[in-house]
Design a protein around this ligand. Sequence first.
Ligand code: HEM
Ligand code: HEM
Length: 178
Amino acid sequence: MTRTKYHPASIFFHWLVFLLVVAAFIVIELKGQFPKGSEPRELCKSVHGVIGQLIFIAMALRLMIRLGFGVPKPTNPKPLFISLAKAMHWLLYALLLISPIFGILYFQYGGKEIHFFGLVWPQLVTPDPQMKKVVEGIHEFLGNSLYVLIGIHALAGLWQHYVIKDNTLRRMLNKANV
Ligand code: HEM
Ligand code: HEM
C-alpha cells in the first residue's frame, strides 16, 4: 500500500531502533575495556543481549506496520536512487532481524543462559565450542556490516536534507507538509 506520509508508529519505531542500536554498539564496545571473565564484561554482554532482543521486537513490529500501512514513495525520482534506497531499507530490516538470532545462538552454543526481563530462554541448541566460534564470527560480521550500512544510510538522509533540500528527513521526523 502506498501512502503520502509515514505512519506515526513507523516514525516512532524508526527513532527508537536508532537509539537502541546506538546503545547496543556502545555497550559492546565498552565490553572491550574490561578483562576477560570479569563481572562488568559479562554484564556488558548481557545488557547488549537484552537491547538486541528489544531491537528484534521493535523491527518485527515495524515490519508489520510497514506491510500493513505501507510507506510513502521515495522522494528522489531517479530510478537508481529509488533502487538503492529500497535495497538499503530491506537490508537494514534483514540484518537487524538476523543479527539477534546469531547473538542468541552465540550465547546458547557457549552454554550461557539468555535473560529477557526475568524470563530465561529455553535451550534451543546443545552447547558446542566450535559452533560458538562460527556463530560468533557471523554475528561480528553482521554487526560490523551494520556500522557501515547505518553510516551510509544516515549520510544519505542528511545529504537529501542539506544538499538536495527535499522532504526526505522531514517526513521521517513527521514535519513534512506532503
Ligand atoms: C540487532 C541487534 C544486534 C546488533 C546490531 C549486534 C551487534 C554486535 C556487535 C557490533 C558486536 C561486536 C562485534 C565485534 O567485537 O567486532 C556484538 C557482539 C556480541 N553480541 Fe551482538 N548484536 C545484536 C544482538 C545481539 C543479541 C540479541 C545477543 C544475545 C542475546 C548478542 C550477543 C552478543 C555477544 C555475546 C557479543 C560479544 C561477542 C564477544 O565476546 O566478542 N547480540 N554484537
Ligand atoms: C539504527 C539506525 C537506523 C536504521 C536501522 C534505519 C532504518 C531505516 C529504514 C528501514 C527505513 C525505511 C522506512 C521504514 O521502513 O520505516 C528508514 C528510513 C529513513 N531513515 Fe533511517 N534508519 C536508521 C538511522 C537513521 C538516521 C541516523 C537517520 C538520519 C539522517 C535516518 C534517516 C532516515 C530517513 C530520512 C528515512 C526516510 C527515507 C525515505 O523516506 O525515503 N535513519 N530508515
